[in-house]
Design a protein around this ligand. Structure first.
Ligand code: SAM
Length: 259
């Protein structure tokens, strides 16, 4: 089998640093019977050491050549290769208590993170390598310059921990940016949730769509519907000042009036 030429359009930066690979597998800490789904296995930098500890692994790979190499290299009793764009995959048939892992292609990380929110009930945990700057946004708190729509939407659904940074030299070819490993665990069901995910998501998108503006402006025709004193938020506040709980309260307040 020849050498695989990294394809830029698929965000291919392959992990080559064995100590980093070992560190990632250690924080995932797979058990033989875990139901693990790997996104973007590439040349099996993580796939092979994961398989050494698992009875079975399912992977989703968009690159036809890489998918074929994986099928040739591992028996299909151990490795199930889904050749697909992960953004088009329906996760519902993949089972529950899923452990999702991946050194993600950075060009699809935000849409993928948003997509996975819809499947959070099926997921036990997620461990991802992402651009460090994306992880900064995921874990940012109100007042932090990185606090954004991504922070609010993910923190409403997951407990997240930044685990460690990974330098460009750990990859081939090296990416232009520093990466970081993040752990995401869906919050338990008794945690405060918006009554309607659609309303919550629409509100957060509107508020951060114009993040420099006060809420009374950015919320447009919803602003006059809000009794600001009642919800305990200043109408002059900007979205970066609101906690996740305040966004949930505002969405629940607006729901019966907007629907
Ligand atoms: N896991 C390998 C490693 O650590 O060396 C490869 C990581 S590389 C950053 C990203 C991988 O995701 C590549 O194998 C790429 O072909 C694959 N990929 C890119 N876009 C994808 C998509 N939309 N759906 C599924 N896989 C994708």
């Amino acid at each position: 089998m020849g050498i695989h030429q990294a394809r830029k359009r698929f965000g291919q930066n392959f992990l080559v640093d064995l100590s980093v690979i070992d560190q990632i597998v250690r924080v995932i800490d797979p058990n033989a019977l875990d139901r693990v789904l790997e996104i973007g296995p590439g040349q099996a930098a993580l796939t092979a050491p994961l398989l050494a500890r698992l009875n079975h692994l399912t992977v989703i790979e968009i690159d036809r050549d890489l998918a074929q190499r994986l099928r040739n290299r591992f028996p299909d009793t151990q490795l199930t290769v889904l050749e697909a764009d992960v953004l088009n995959v329906d996760f519902s048939p993949l089972g529950s208590s899923l452990r999702v892992v991946g050194n993600l292609p950075y060009n699809i990380s935000s849409p993928l993170l948003f997509k996975l929110i819809d499947y959070a009930d099926q997921i036990k945990d997620q461990h991802f390598m992402l651009q460090k700057e994306v992880v900064d946004r995921m874990v940012a708190v109100p007042g932090d310059p990185h606090y954004s729509r991504l922070s609010v939407m993910l923190q409403a659904r997951y407990a997240m921990t930044r685990l460690f940074d990974v330098p460009p030299t750990a990859f081939e070819p090296p990416p232009k940016v520093v990466s970081a490993i993040v752990r995401m665990v869906p919050l338990p069901h008794d945690r405060l949730r918006p009554q309607d995910e659609g309303m919550f998501s629409a509100l957060v998108a509107r508020a951060f769509g114009q993040r420099r503006k006060m809420l009374r402006r950015s919320l447009g025709d919803w602003a006059p519907l809000v009794d600001w004193g009642f919800v305990g938020i200043a109408e002059t506040a900007r979205p970066e000042a609101l906690s996740v709980a305040q966004f949930i309260a505002l969405a629940d307040y607006l729901l019966p009036q907007v629907k």
